[in-house]
Design a protein around this ligand. Structure first.
Ligand code: SF4
Ligand code: SF4
Length: 337
């Protein structure tokens, strides 16, 4: 177990430089240290700029520590324009990146000849991406690949395809607004991570890195080795975001329990090896009730939470000032730990 962590597996990576922190990053790291971190997850595949602007405005005004966005230049330019209008401090802007075929990076595809225009898929979509004016239409920018619509279709006309971000990654990583990246992984493969970091090294050196994954039944040595690859690469603290039920949109009081338990187990892995604990946050199934659960003694070491579907739906159809007020109430619950 420990031997797996001590293997030198980083190819072609220079020693880390000295860390530098912007004011926003310092504030975010403080929020994590104080266990009151809140992040709006915009969605790795969500690229609808009008809605992104609405969400960014509401949650920036609400005091979110971080906005986690798709690696898309138009999305970043939109958020940049929004933040320019708002007083500082601004949240840290993070972009999500796929390390492997991760479910956060998908878009729906319609097999048009197979569609019988029954409309059964419409209510399943949390972003109103599917409409049926006369024939079925799907907005690709509104779709973030949650997959809820797929099982509702009686003719199997809907399927999920990978959302290709490769062509946008360099431009997105070079955008001056971006101070943090979240690397999403399905396989949690240390070698894949080291190869990815080596490839994107010039763009990643000065950015905070968060690793997002589900622990499922992965051996602790694999998870710790995965973390160690990033920790040896980055001069800045590496964060872990442990996913429970990704993109569930579940508002049930217990919906975040899988994420909380996964985070607790991950913390135990570091403790058992006598390793310093990185900032560990949760995602997947996060909702308003999570703030209360985080106060339980079992979870006191969790640094905070990233909320996606529920946070978006909460303000989705509200006008600007009502959205900011509602978002502020939601964020305040996580800040009051
Ligand atoms: S339900 Fe999910 S996968 Fe289907 S169109 Fe809507 S956002 Fe996309
Ligand atoms: S449920 Fe399937 S067949 Fe019905 S409208 Fe949606 S895609 Fe078409």
């Amino acid at each position: 177990m420990v031997e797996a962590m001590s293997q030198p597996i980083l190819p072609n990576i220079e020693p880390a430089e000295t860390a530098t922190y912007s004011t926003a990053v310092q504030a975010m790291l403080s929020a994590m240290a104080e266990k009151r971190f809140f992040k709006l997850i915009g969605g790795g595949s969500f690229t609808e700029t009008e809605k992104i602007a609405h969400l960014a405005r509401a949650y920036a005004m609400a005091g979110a520590d971080c906005l986690d966005l798709a690696p898309d230049l138009q999305v970043l330019q939109t958020v940049e324009a929004v933040l320019r209008e708002l007083p500082k401090p601004h949240p840290v802007i993070m972009i999500s990146l796929p390390l492997d075929p991760d479910p956060h990076f998908r878009k729906i595809e319609l097999d048009e000849p197979a569609c019988i225009q029954c409309g059964l898929c419409l209510p399943a979509c949390p972003t109103e991406a599917i409409t049926l004016p006369e024939i079925l239409e799907i907005s690709q920018s509104l779709c973030y690949g949650c997959g809820r619509c797929v099982p509702t279709c009686p003719t199997e006309a809907l399927s999920l395809l990978p959302f290709q971000v490769e062509s946008q990654m360099e431009a997105a990583l070079s955008h001056p607004l971006v101070e943090a990246v979240e690397i999403h992984s399905h396989y949690v493969d240390p070698y894949m991570l080291s190869t990815f970091l080596a490839r994107w090294q010039p763009h990643l050196r000065n950015k905070l890195i968060s690793l997002c994954f589900r622990i499922d039944n992965l051996p602790p040595a694999q998870i710790l080795a995965f973390y160690r690859v990033a920790a040896e690469f980055s001069p800045l603290p590496v964060m872990l975001q442990v996913d429970g039920s990704p993109m569930s949109g579940n508002d049930d009081p217990e919906a975040s329990r899988p994420a909380l338990e996964a985070a607790r187990k991950t913390i135990g892995m570091f403790r058992e090896q006598g390793l310093p604990l990185p900032a560990i946050t949760i995602s997947g199934g996060i909702n308003r009730h999570t703030a209360t659960l985080l106060k339980e003694a079992l979870y006191r070491e969790i640094a905070g939470a990233g909320m996606g579907t529920v946070a978006r739906k909460t303000v989705w159809n509200l006008e600007s000032s009502a959205a900011a007020q509602t978002a502020a109430g939601l964020v305040a619950e996580f800040k009051a730990r």
